[in-house]
Design a protein around this ligand. Structure first.
Ligand SMILES: *Cc1c(COP(=O)(O)O)cnc(C)c1O
Length: 362
């Protein structure tokens, strides 16, 4: 049988592992930070009607510029953004890949602060971009001084600040973003995949005027409860959007994706109605695990990074066997848990409580 090592694979892909969070059909799935609430039925019906209309036209290619969707996204983001400042693709992973295709690539570099989103180094490898992972301080919180020092030392072509940060939940303060922008000459991406959960901070979209190297990346996959549709987007200067047009594949957003996303945004309030609930479940989970003796890192997102597990892999496997999926990101002593519905969150609390100290089998 042929194996990968028999193929003339690109050097920088040799030895890499594909992104691969388990997708078991379990009763409690809290491992990829989805909104676990189903979308409201009246919204589903409206989306189906929009899809039905779109289907009748799929003999033709879709609107390459997805103008209606960009208008809708601009309206959703607010801050007087125009459609010419908004871009979208099949998930913010694709948006970020396009950013790297346009502004990074061979001979160039991408910097971020680890632990952070595991796709960044994979997107770097896929675009032949050098990856620079700079370790966060012990509390995972970025400071203007730390960020400026790293950017001045490494002078990356692209830097990504993830706020709230996956997998630590750490929020990102505006002073850090402003200091970072002024510290280097490359493109600065703020990954706001979890922004809707952070009620204390305004989106970095507010910082766009006068900053043409700033990109704010968002997604409909998390708070917006739309992960299955694959719709990520960004806001930036119109010139940045022009750069992304050079690398996107023609018609990359299908007519069905455009129709579904545009319809969902019409119901933004209903789609986001569960956010406060999820945050309350996150806080409940934090309280319960703290009481059990675990270390819970402060989170502005819909998940928690939890320390104090004697053997994270064993705890992960034990919960998986019980039909509860959480995430082991190979951070020593730690596991990441998404806040779900009241019932799901209760199930994971009960399962961990039933284990012995440190998550050992009781
Ligand atoms: C989940 C996530 C994304 C991307 O999700 P898409 O589904 O591709 O939009 C991007 N960034 C971070 C930090 C994430 O956690």
């Amino acid at each position: 049988m042929t194996s990968l090592s028999d193929l003339p694979l690109r050097d920088n892909l040799v030895g890499q592992q594909p992104y691969g969070a388990p997708q078991d059909a379990v009763r409690v799935s809290l491992n990829v930070n989805e909104n676990t609430h189903p979308i409201p039925e009246h919204v589903a019906i409206d989306i189906v009607q929009s899809l039905a209309r779109a289907v009748t036209g799929v003999n033709r290619y879709p609107d390459r510029e997805f103008s209606e969707l960009r208008d809708a996204l601009a309206g959703y983001l607010g801050h007087d953004l125009g459609a010419d400042q908004v871009w979208a693709a099949n998930g913010s992973n694709e948006v970020l890949q396009q950013v790297l295709q346009a502004f990074a690539g061979p001979g160039r570099s991408l910097l971020s602060f680890t632990p952070t989103y595991s796709m960044y180094p994979l997107l770097a490898a896929g675009t032949d971009t050098a990856w620079i992972g700079v370790e966060r301080p012990d509390d995972y919180a970025l400071t203007p001084e730390g960020v400026v020092a790293a950017l001045r030392e490494h002078r990356p072509d692209v830097a990504i600040l993830c706020g709230p940060n996956n997998p630590t939940g750490t929020t990102l303060d505006r002073e850090v973003i402003l200091a970072a922008y002024d510290a280097f000459e490359g493109m600065l991406v703020i990954d706001e995949a979890y922004q809707e959960f952070d009620t204390e901070r305004e989106s970095a979209v507010a910082l766009l005027p006068g900053r043409h190297r700033l990109i704010v990346s968002r997604t409909m996959s998390k708070a917006f409860a739309f992960a299955g549709v694959r719709l990520g987007y960004l806001a930036a200067d119109p010139a940045v959007i022009d750069a992304l047009r050079l690398v996107r594949l023609p018609y990359h957003l299908s007519a069905l994706t455009q129709a579904a996303a545009t319809a969902a945004i019409r119901h933004a309030d209903a789609m986001l109605a569960t956010v406060a609930d999820i945050s309350a479940q996150r806080d409940r989970l934090a309280g319960a695990l703290t009481e059990l003796g675990y270390t819970v890192h402060p989170s502005g997102a819909n998940f928690l990074l939890v320390g104090g597990f004697a053997d994270p892999e064993a705890t992960f496997a034990e919960l998986r066997a019980q039909g509860i999926l959480i995430r082991n990101l190979s951070i020593p002593g730690h596991l990441r848990i998404t806040a779900g519905t009241e019932a799901e969150t209760g199930a994971v609390i009960d399962a961990i409580a039933a284990l012995g100290p440190g998550g050992a089998r009781g």
